[in-house]
Design a binder for this molecule. Structure first.
Ligand code: SF4
Ligand code: SF4
Length: 252
């Protein structure tokens, strides 16, 4: 048996129900996540669309996190799940650095590694992972990829040629698959970079680089360059002068 996941990105509507269910089921601390629904905007206004991609551990068959862990806290279960045993973890964070997908976080309370386990505790009791149960459009398909008759195997066969995994070039053999969603959702490098559409185009100044007398704050004070030594008073002067000239112009 090899348990795997498939997300049909054509169905996912980005409600984040799976993300919330996972947080609650696994008591994931604030600012950490086992499952995250990423979104990207594609196109140029007004011709744009938004695409959602749930991201979780890929339960790789060739998992770098499992190989690097010095105490085997990351280990395979018989059903193929890459499980994590917090009682064994010594908090070295080697697995975090080894995972090419950013799927592992350190629990700030226990200082041990944690990640998606495909809800191994629920599967043991014959239940589906929480994210599968909660999805209103059944975009998450979970099951035995070794069993040709399972729903997930059938889905993979039906979509042959359109099934993708994240970062295939890492040779980790993910058991987490995606259908649909376009190339950009799984491969950030597939994005076309349009000159002139950079968020920081008008606020980033690089002239100060290499100048030891040009502090970071100075960049934001560029409009006040006529003041040699800026203090609170000079700011107020500037404000007052701006206000006076505005009134002189008969401004509102
Ligand atoms: S996605 Fe990362 S954490 Fe999950 S099995 Fe693969 S290497 Fe390990
Ligand atoms: S619950 Fe289903 S539709 Fe909602 S974000 Fe998750 S996968 Fe997408």
């Amino acid at each position: 048996m090899k348990l795997g996941f498939l997300v049909d990105l054509n169905l996912c509507m980005g409600c984040k129900g799976c993300e919330v269910a996972c947080k609650v089921e696994n008591e994931v601390p604030l600012s950490s996540w086992r499952l995250r629904v990423k979104y990207i905007d594609i196109g140029t206004f007004p011709d744009t669309s938004r695409s959602f991609t749930p991201l979780r551990c890929n339960h790789c068959e060739n998992a770098p996190c499992e190989r690097i862990c010095p105490v085997s806290a990351l280990h395979y279960l018989e059903n193929g799940i890459v499980n994590v045993d917090s009682a064994r973890c010594i908090g070295c964070a080697g697995c975090m650095m080894a995972c090419p997908y950013g799927a592992i976080y350190m629990d700030p309370e226990t200082n041990t590694a944690d990640k998606c386990t495909y809800c191994a505790h629920r599967i043991e009791s014959g239940m589906m992972p929480a994210c599968v149960v909660v999805c209103p459009v059944q975009a998450n398909i979970f099951g035995d990829v070794d069993d040709d008759t399972s729903h997930i195997s059938q889905y993979i066969m039906e979509h042959q040629g359109a099934v993708q995994v994240r970062k295939p070039e890492k040779h980790t053999n993910p058991k987490h698959f995606y259908v649909g969603g376009g190339n950009q959702t799984l491969n950030p490098l597939a994005h076309q970079r349009l000159e002139g559409y950079n968020l920081f185009n008008n606020v980033t100044h690089l002239e100060h680089v290499g100048d030891p007398h040009h502090g970071v704050i100075d960049r934001f004070l560029a409009p006040f360059t006529s003041h040699e030594h800026l203090d609170n008073k000079s700011f107020m002067d500037f404000d007052n002068k701006a206000h006076e000239s505005h009134e002189e112009e008969g401004g509102h």
